[in-house]
Design a protein around this ligand. Structure first.
Ligand code: SF4
Length: 462
């Protein structure tokens, strides 16, 4: 049975906060089976058909059956067994405090470039946790290395068809991969991928490109080895390594240079020309950051196929530009009428990191030219992580606050969507609500991107 991934959430955060504490019910849907049988928030699910559930995957699996027996402990401590007969398609209506009831599987690697080793103190507690949990890969698209899989994990992945999974390969050469992972015991990745593929699991893959370690000939070998596994491996992304000012100098790592980024993009384009006629898709994609580092024009939407690695930063910039073109074409409909705004008195500030300025400035120019709002772009320097960190997703609340304080910000500040979590909290624990209070201006971290910004501005104007 193929299971359906749950909606995206801050699952690592939940898993850490509720570490191994069991399957506690956080919410019960009104009118659901769970409500009918008297399950309430705070109830603990102890067993399903006599077996303790390990995670939401076990629960989803059981939920898709027509009959099951739940053993639960109510908040008052009373245990009971409930037999349920139901339509297999009907959900029970239970939301859990975490999807990992038995705790998070930790990483057993020591990658020299590990971002978690490069964090300053004082960030969200959960950011310091090195997770490498195949369940989060299936449920939320997290990249995992597969170095900590036990035989029972393999069997479960294959038995439940937990597909697709997202794998940080970095290199297919055994020695190079071990160096990338800082793990001399890491088993060869190719037989692992082959075994999973043979069991019907799709594996989207990525390479974090670290100059001097897995570039050049090692990268070529990785691309060719993984392409040989298509369609079991349907995509491969190449993303540049990220280094903060806390990276210990003795590790000898450096960022991808402009020239190297250009070479990689050239290689990617030539591989795409080779693969597309055979596969019908480009298969290998450079991340947005790679194009921005190289100062190269982004490919068309078509070149990203179905955006298989969108949430890994592969194609987001293209979608941004295409949304902007759509808005420019005045095709966006707001409140049921064609966008044709009257001159506006709204004033807006668009916040970003330096890498995305060329795109965000285009959005600002459009807002000004079309009189949707009078807007400005403010580029935030990343003092927390250092100036090498130019992506908007790593901006902290404190840096934004310090650099916006005292400036004329207009009526609303748009923040990059990816610098806050689902609870609208920045990496440094500041919330968007706190930022709003400190700056005394409305802040919006959910409407970033041309469509969202235009819709929000039109709504506010109305
Ligand atoms: S796999 Fe590597 S990069 Fe990921 S958490 Fe572990 S050590 Fe860090």
């Amino acid at each position: 049975m193929e299971l359906i991934p749950l909606t995206l959430g801050s699952e690592v955060e939940h898993a850490v906060l509720y570490k191994g504490k069991g399957a506690f019910v956080a919410s019960v849907s009104a009118g659901s089976i769970a409500e009918e049988i008297g399950i309430v928030p705070g109830t603990e699910l102890l067993r399903i058909d006599g077996e303790p559930p390990r995670d939401a995957i076990d629960f989803q699996w059981a939920e898709a059956m027509s009959s099951l027996t739940l053993t639960v402990r109510a908040p008052d401590g009373v245990e009971r067994e409930i037999d349920i007969e139901k339509d297999p398609d009907e959900p029970l209506g239970i939301g859990f405090a975490t999807d990992l009831f038995d705790g998070l599987k930790r990483c057993n690697n020591h990658c020299p470039f590990c971002f978690l080793d490069q964090l300053p103190k004082g960030l969200r507690r959960t950011l310091y946790v090195k997770d490498d949990d195949y369940r989060l890969s299936f449920l939320y698209g997290h990249y995992v290395t597969l170095t900590n899989l036990r035989e029972s994990d393999f069997e479960r992945i294959l038995r439940l068809r937990l597909s697709p999974l997202y794998v940080s390969v970095h290199a297919t050469d055994v020695a190079v991969r071990r160096r990338c992972l800082g793990n001399p015991k890491a088993a060869p990745i190719m037989p692992i991928l082959q075994r999973l593929m043979d069991g019907g699991i799709e594996l989207h893959t990525q390479v974090v490109l670290t100059p001097g370690i897995n570039d050049g000939g090692a990268l070529t070998q990785t691309v060719r080895d993984l392409a040989a596994l298509f369609p079991g491996v349907p995509s491969l992304s190449i993303v540049p390594v990220g280094l903060t000012k806390f990276m210990p100098a003795q590790r000898g790592l450096r960022l991808v240079s402009l020239e190297e980024a250009r070479q990689v993009i050239q290689q990617v384009h030539s591989w795409q020309q080779e693969f597309h006629p055979k596969f019908g898709v480009n298969f290998v994609y450079a991340s947005d950051e790679m194009y921005l580092l190289a100062g190269e024009e982004l490919p068309s939407a078509k070149a990203y196929d179905e955006y298989p690695q969108y949430s890994n930063g592969v194609g987001m910039a293209r979608v941004f530009l295409d949304e902007l073109a759509e808005a420019k074409g005045l095709e966006l409909r707001v409140k049921g009428s064609t966008l044709n705004p009257q001159p506006s008195h709204l004033r807006a500030t668009l916040v970003t990191g330096s890498l995305a300025v060329p795109f965000v400035q285009q959005l600002s120019d459009f807002l000004n030219d079309s009189s949707i709002a009078e807007s400005q772009v403010i580029v935030i320097r990343n003092d927390t992580f250092g100036e090498t960190c130019t992506v908007a997703g790593l901006l902290t609340g404190q840096d934004i606050l310090h650099q916006l304080r005292g400036r004329d910000l207009g009526d609303i500040v748009f923040l990059p969507r990816y610098c806050v979590n689902e609870e609208a909290t920045f990496l440094d624990e500041m919330t968007v609500a706190q930022l709003e209070q400190e700056l005394n201006v409305k802040c919006d971290a959910s409407a970033y991107g041309p469509r969202g910004v235009v819709e929000r501005l039109m709504r506010d104007e109305g």
